[in-house]
Design a protein around this ligand. Sequence first.
Ligand SMILES: [Ca+2]
Ligand SMILES: [Ca+2]
Ligand SMILES: [Ca+2]
Length: 204
Amino acid sequence: MKKKLILGLAGILVVGSVVAVGTRAYFSQQGEVKSNVFSTGTLSLKLNGAETAEAVWSIETGEPGKSISGTVNIRNDGNIKADHIEVSASNTVTEATSGPGTTSTTPLDKVLEITVLTYDGVSVLDQVVDRNGNGIKDLDDLEPVPPGNEPALDGLALTDFGDDAVDHPLVMTIGFHPAKTISEHQGDSVETTLTVKLNQHESL
Ligand SMILES: [Ca+2]
Ligand SMILES: [Ca+2]
Ligand SMILES: [Ca+2]
């Protein structure tokens, strides 16, 4: 069965139990900074079916030093008890087509610093490792790195399910790093897809 659900600008598309939300981060030095918020969506997972879901967050504009934040609610609507979730991300950077932004020395996802990351109201930022070694925790650090491809976040408890299921908010704030965001990022954009996997057993 296919189900479609459209939420606001970001457009949350639900196909079966796979959820795709839209996220773009734009950097423009001239553009006005609007109320930069990710859309809020709900990922409904079911263990007795597809057990992963994806969310893509949409951000419209930004400039150095500005922050944006958003929430994805995660819940187990299935009828099998789970243990925890793990979260990873992929980022697709689109370079500007004209002006100084066409330079692509440092991709935009490496200058978008994660400043707040909470699950159920508790910070999980400590779990994020500076995988690309650039000195900050950024969106690029959430990507799996071969050969291990380990998720950026693991062991986030999710044990309620079915009729007792409640939303578990994952909240992230990212900022256009004040020093690293430079003219080469003007007009660039990034689409970030979060992948959430529901696990039945404790992580080893
Ligand atoms: Ca660029
Ligand atoms: Ca980093
Ligand atoms: Ca990347």
